[in-house]
Design a protein around this ligand. Structure first.
Ligand SMILES: NC(=O)c1ccc[n+]([C@@H]2O[C@H](COP(=O)([O-])OP(=O)(O)OC[C@H]3O[C@@H](n4cnc5c(N)ncnc54)[C@H](OP(=O)(O)O)[C@@H]3O)[C@@H](O)[C@H]2O)c1
Length: 269
């Protein structure tokens, strides 16, 4: 359990709420240690009712009272938010940004004093403890800051450190990835519906299969191509399906999806 640290969130939308929810669910952080600010009173009240935490519309107050400050607003409002709160940050505040495409250098320049900044790319499965978070260190960050951030995120899934030049590529795989996986699962389920399965059953089959396949890769450590070959009988059903996927270019479509997403994150920066 993390004691004696106040954790603030500026912006508690989809991703902010997923991180808060995941941390509370883990039991590693007490609800009473988490505070969030939102842009208007109605949103702040909704977040408070939904998550049972104290909320405010005063970003400065949240920044000032936090040992660890998550900034979870959209990238295009980051600069305004940082201008607003920079005088309320000290060298003892650990700032953790989740904004896609906004570099730690940009954040440090806006704050304009030696405040430690960790830039991260989380994903929404943090809410169900299966998140994938990548983080990179700003110039005032120590190993202890990284350990603290990793410790927090590991309560909600996996967390790795990457060099900042690769973080936009991470966005293309795991940051935006849940949406890609939802589309793939929905498409597989539609195939089942075409062949007469109820959609709910088809989604359950597809989602559990995606989960199982992912676990096979992570827990056996085997290359996905080896696992694929292991379930592909010569002349059987699976190779017929695989050939269809290859004919329709799914491999290059998915690789290009990651590339375009990463390039969009570069543009945002
Ligand atoms: N969603 C994802 O899967 C995902 C994954 C990885 C990273 N991210 C990153 O996470 C960040 C947040 O994304 P999101 O999807 O959670 O967006 P979101 O749902 O729009 O959440 C942002 C929240 O911040 C509020 N806000 C806007 N301006 C504010 C201000 N000046 N002060 C305080 N709160 C303010 C917004 O209110 P309004 O709605 O009224 O503007 C909204 O509730 C983005 O930078 C994104 O790049 C998202």
């Amino acid at each position: 359990m993390l004691e004696n640290k106040k954790i603030g969130f500026i912006g508690a939308g989809v991703m902010g709420k997923a991180i808060i929810g995941g941390l509370i669910e883990s039991g590693f952080v007490k609800k009473e240690s988490i505070f969030a600010s939102e842009i208007n009173q109605e949103l702040a009240n909704n977040v408070s009712n939904e998550l049972g935490i104290d909320t405010s519309t005063d970003n400065k107050k949240i920044a000032e009272g936090s040992d660890i400050l998550f900034i979870c607003t959209k990238p295009f409002v980051m600069k305004d938010v940082l201008d607003e709160i920079k005088n309320n940050l000290t060298e003892n505040t650990l700032v953790i940004s989740i904004a896609a495409g906004v570099s730690s250098e940009t954040i440090e320049d806006c704050i304009n004093k030696p405040v430690p900044v960790i830039r991260t790319m989380p994903n929404t499965p943090v809410l169900v403890k299966e998140g994938m978070v990548a983080l990179c260190r700003g110039k005032y960050v120590t190993d202890e800051h990284i350990e603290l951030a990793k410790n927090l995120f590991e309560q909600t899934g996996k967390c790795i450190e990457v060099p900042e030049k690769l973080i936009n590529t991470v966005t293309g795989i795991s940051g935006s990835g849940p949406a890609f996986m939802y589309l793939i699962i929905d498409a597989l389920a539609d195939g089942g519906v075409k062949k007469g399965l109820p959609k709910k059953t088809a989604i359950e089959l597809a989602a559990q299969t995606a989960l199982g396949a992912a676990k096979m890769i992570l827990e056996t450590g085997k290359h996905p191509a080896i696992l694929k070959d292991e379930v592909t009988t010569p002349g059987g059903t699976t190779i017929a399906g695989l050939m269809t996927m290859e004919e329709h270019g799914i491999r290059s479509a998915l690789a290009k999806t990651v590339q375009n997403t990463a390039e969009k994150a570069d543009e945002l920066g």
